[in-house]
Write a new protein. Structure first.
Length: 432
């Protein structure tokens, strides 16, 4: 019965390995000299993303429409004829009139200011969207890096359980070990192989997202990630907080306030009349000296109550947008302060895992495996040591990926790159 059970487990292992081999090609692992760096990904997204290209076109269209504002309306030409005079002894008599609408003083300038500020707000909103898109790309790159690291760690764990399985079977066959140890080792090996397939599928989904961000066929292979950038020194909080005043989301909010001021100016000027200037040739009049006429018309803004309500509404809208701008800057400051705190936390965590926890876990695993092979240690000790090493290695890589995401968010808030790609970057492969 035990032999049949072992055969069943080995068959499942072979199927798992075969399935994993078919899936690994979808991860698109590149050669060592051709890898996907965060900077390279950001450049590709900026150049090829469809949503960003659409936003640019929208901003360009808004700017072009703004250029049409603040100008006089087209003049109007009117032509009339007295039909009974056509062919008569009097000769045909026609009326010709050309008129031009003239808004109250300052209306055109306020209209142009409103349009220009709205167009500027749109452009800044597009710039803010580009930063959000860059942040999303950076997050996906960090997850792509983590999955590749996790697969490397998984390879080590699979090798460790394969070695343990051989030792457990050998000891059982020699009468030195328990049957349960051999079965447990086979099961743990199978779980590790299953984890590899799960990681590969996760990598395949990330590859799809990376291709979508760059407007590429979703099935295209994605280059293996480059080295994780080294942990940079962060400038003083005051310097970063000052940079938030140039954040495009805040600038867009300020642009909307300026546009609201222009609309308030327009609302106030609605209390005054607009004019119409005209020149006419009234051909139906005699004598001829009466036919040329000039005139100036104006509307009569009798309903001042309606206009007062319009001014009050414009004033309230301006105050609302001013409060929104203050709230946006405060939210950006809170977001930056929070991310700086998280960054400092990850500095400590990463140093702890790199310098202490991971080396100790590796030494413990090696010692436990050697002791078990020599018949000194028991099975539970060696499996616990392998599991502890896997957890420590995975946690280190997880914190490194999270730290890069935090750094990317700080960079997008500050509007400048804080990390460098150099020889001190974190290696892309796990040391075995």
């Amino acid at each position: 019965m035990f032999t049949l059970f072992l055969d069943f487990i080995r068959s499942a292992q072979r199927l798992t390995v075969l399935f994993a081999a078919c899936l690994v090609t979808t991860l698109g692992m590149a050669s060592e000299g051709d890898r996907l760096s965060p900077q390279r990904l950001l450049e590709q997204v900026a150049a090829e993303n469809l949503a960003l290209a659409s936003a640019y076109e929208h901003s360009a269209g808004t700017a072009e429409m703004a250029a049409t504002q603040g100008r006089l309306a087209d003049p109007r030409l009117m032509f009339g004829i007295a039909p009974e005079t056509a062919g008569s002894s009097l000769g045909s008599r026609e009326n010709i009139k050309i008129s031009q609408a003239l808004p109250w003083f300052g209306k055109l300038a306020a209209s142009r200011k409103n349009a220009d500020s709205t167009a500027s707000a749109t452009a800044n909103a597009v710039a803010a969207f580009q930063r959000e898109l860059a942040l999303e790309a950076s997050h996906n790159w960090a997850e792509w890096w983590y999955v590749n690291q996790a697969l490397s760690i998984n390879e080590t764990i699979v090798s460790s359980f394969e070695l343990l399985t051989r030792s457990a079977n050998s000891r059982y066959q020699n009468g030195q070990g328990k049957q349960q140890d051999a079965l447990q080792s086979e099961m743990r090996l199978l779980h590790a192989q299953h984890q590899r397939v799960t990681l590969q599928q996760q990598g395949q989904r990330l590859a799809i997202q990376l291709n979508q961000l760059r407007n590429r066929p979703l099935e295209n292979p994605v280059l293996a990630p480059a080295a994780m950038p080294a942990m940079p020194a962060i400038p003083k909080d005051e310097e970063l907080l000052t940079s938030l005043e140039q954040h495009p989301a805040y600038l867009a909010a300020l642009d909307l306030v300026i546009a609201a001021e222009a609309r308030l100016s327009l609302a106030k000027r609605e209390r005054y009349p607009d004019f119409v200037a005209e020149v006419a040739h009234v051909g139906t009049l005699d004598p001829e000296e009466k036919r040329w006429q000039v005139g100036l018309g104006l509307n009569l803004p009798f309903d001042q109550g309606k206009r007062r309500h319009g001014v009050a509404a414009a004033m309230a809208n301006k105050q609302k947008l001013a409060l929104d701008a203050q709230a946006k800057l405060l939210a950006l400051k809170e977001q930056l302060a929070s991310q700086l705190s998280r960054y400092q936390e990850h500095l400590h965590i990463e140093a702890l895992y790199t310098e202490q926890l991971l080396p100790l876990a590796k030494q413990s695993q090696q010692a436990a495996q050697q002791d078990y092979a020599n018949g000194i240690s028991d099975f539970d000790t060696v499996t616990a040591a392998i599991t502890d090493y896997q957890k420590a290695a995975m946690q280190l890589r997880r914190h490194q990926a999270d730290r890069f995401m935090i750094l990317a968010e700080i960079e997008q808030l500050a509007g400048r790159q804080l990390h460098e790609f150099n020889s001190h970057a974190t290696a892309t492969t796990t040391q075995h």
